[in-house]
Design a protein around this ligand. Structure first.
Ligand code: DX5
Ligand code: ZN
Length: 227
């Protein structure tokens, strides 16, 4: 299902917004919502001003929901040091930032050589052109629509033209957005050309996550125009 249909609209709950007192139940709740994958945010208190969790939580996700695709977003200054530990823990996509302190021409092929999907992420202040040199060695581009580090921030609409620029440059690329996504902002991103949507606080705060995932999928699918 994952990565096979070409620019299908996908919805990914971000575990950062879960109740950490019931993490296993929260992972099962996200899986049974009908979402496409679990988004796991890894922070090092250096690349971003916050710490989150490490490979053990990725491994927990694999243990409690083995069939639920694990999408790992590395907000690390040196993601290259951690590729193998996250691969061993069960990551299936690894995203590394174009602003990180490593050579993406080396690390993206290394992610693929580990048998995983390789993705590039870029921060709000980074121009779209920064990812252009790597588009033929990656499977997905993540456009951050908040400054990374915390959940629950407001969507930065100034990022929308970058989505459109990446869509023009690579018409069949999977383009993901992450940060401040709800039914309203998801539609804006879909109109600009995004087809994958990470949502943390919007989805985990719902009593019925399944209805919210279905609504987000419906609205974003209607707004996304295939090029
Ligand atoms: C932010 C993370 C996001 C975050 C999104 O640094 O990369 O994935 O969990 O949370 P919301 O959807 O609440 O903005
Ligand atoms: Zn993220």
């Amino acid at each position: 299902m994952w990565y096979t249909s070409g620019m299908d609209v996908q919805i990914l709950p971000s575990l950062l917004a879960a109740d950490f007192g019931s993490l296993a139940d929260e992972i099962r709740r996200a899986e049974s919502s009908g979402a496409d994958a679990l988004h796991l945010d890894i922070m090092d208190a250096h690349f971003v001003p916050n710490l989150s969790f490490g490979p053990d939580v990725v491994a927990l996700s694999r243990r409690v929901a083995p069939a639920f695709f694990r999408h790992v977003h590395l907000m690390l200054t040196r993601p290259d040091i951690y590729l193998e530990p996250f691969a061993r823990a069960g990551a299936q996509t690894i995203q590394i930032h174009v602003e990180a302190d490593c050579d993406l021409h080396v690390e993206l092929p290394r992610i693929r050589a580990l048998g995983l999907h390789a993705a590039i992420a870029l921060n709000p202040e980074t121009p779209a052109e920064a990812v252009f040199p790597y588009l033929d060695v990656c499977d997905e581009v993540l456009v951050m629509t908040v400054h990374p580090g915390y959940g629950g921030q407001s969507f930065i609409a100034d990022c929308l033209p970058k989505i459109a620029a990446i869509r023009r440059q690579s018409p069949s690329m999977d383009i993901m957005v992450d940060g401040g996504i709800n039914a309203e902002t998801g539609v804006l991103a879909a109109k600009a050309g995004a087809n994958r949507f990470v949502a943390g606080s919007h989805l985990f705060k719902q009593a019925d996550m399944g209805s919210a995932v279905a609504a987000l999928r419906r609205e974003c699918t209607a707004a996304f125009q295939r090029p």
